[in-house]
Design a protein around this ligand. Structure first.
Ligand SMILES: [Zn+2]
Length: 254
């Protein structure tokens, strides 16, 4: 295997040379590549990193100088562009890695348990649910598009306090999100959440995401957008399908 890494990783990257990639693990947006030599590559793409996978000699989508990692076999090559995190670690280092120890349950792992996430959300008090579900310490793996789409499909208004969202609503949220995200793993480059029969135009991929002012596919109410949380992430929702239930009066009336 041929390897291209930034200079500070060159010495360690020698542990990967000639090794076989035996397993790929995801923890939220963290990706861990396990090699037969007992070493791993850990990457995180944040909002701007991306992968390109293809045959040797493929035309790169971005300039080669932006590549943080290139791994090549005799016939294939993968390139990781722009990612802020790329490190070569031993298995011990991985086991003691702070970033993984603080991560909440990953909704794409087999041992994912909704009640654990529900309990963590209950402790968030008045923090808005649309902000809380993006917190990777509470649940890892939900990105900004899936956040809006999942809350829409579960009928949960993103401004409701996390602690007021019921266990059954959280169950529905993950029952909607998990299959969508499972499929999403195999779709390269875009996040599609709309069923095929609603994808009337090629750009129609999502129920609410980036559809501000356009009619809801369910009730025709214009979709709204606002910014939420410490990082002011965009949140899209339908004010009719996701009513803003607040306080115990309405919750008690249901
Ligand atoms: Zn609607």
């Amino acid at each position: 295997m041929a390897i291209g890494v930034p200079p500070r990783w060159r010495e360690r990257a020698e542990h990967l040379r000639g090794a076989t990639l035996i397993r790929v693990e995801t923890h939220g947006k963290h990706l861990v590549l396990h090699f037969s030599s007992g070493w791993v590559v850990h990457t995180h793409a944040m909002q701007y990193g991306s992968w390109q996978v293809g045959e040797i000699g493929q035309k790169l989508r971005k300039e080669a100088r932006f590549a943080r990692l290139r791994l090549a076999t005799e016939r294939h090559e993968v390139v990781f562009f722009h990612g802020p995190v790329m490190e070569v670690l031993s298995l011990d280092e991985l086991a003691n890695h702070e970033r993984f120890q603080s991560l909440g349950p990953d909704l794409l792992h087999d041992d994912f348990l909704v009640p654990r996430v529900f309990a963590a959300l209950q402790q968030q008090g008045q923090r808005e649910i649309g902000d809380a579900v993006l917190d990777q310490r509470i649940v890892s793996g939900i990105g900004n598009i899936y956040k809006s789409e999942g809350l829409f499909l579960a009928g949960i208004n993103p401004r409701r306090p996390a602690a007021d969202v019921s266990a059954s609503e959280i169950e529905v949220l993950f029952a909607e999100l998990i299959p969508l995200m499972q499929q999403g793993r195999f779709r390269y480059g875009m996040t599609v959440t709309l069923p095929d029969d609603l994808q009337l135009e090629p750009w129609m991929r999502n129920w609410v995401y980036r559809r501000r002012g356009q009619p809801c596919f369910v009730c025709a109410t214009p979709i709204e957008m606002f910014r939420q949380g410490e990082f002011q992430r965009t949140t899209y929702f339908c004010p009719h399908c996701q009513p803003a239930l607040t306080g115990s009066v309405e919750a008690g009336a249901r």
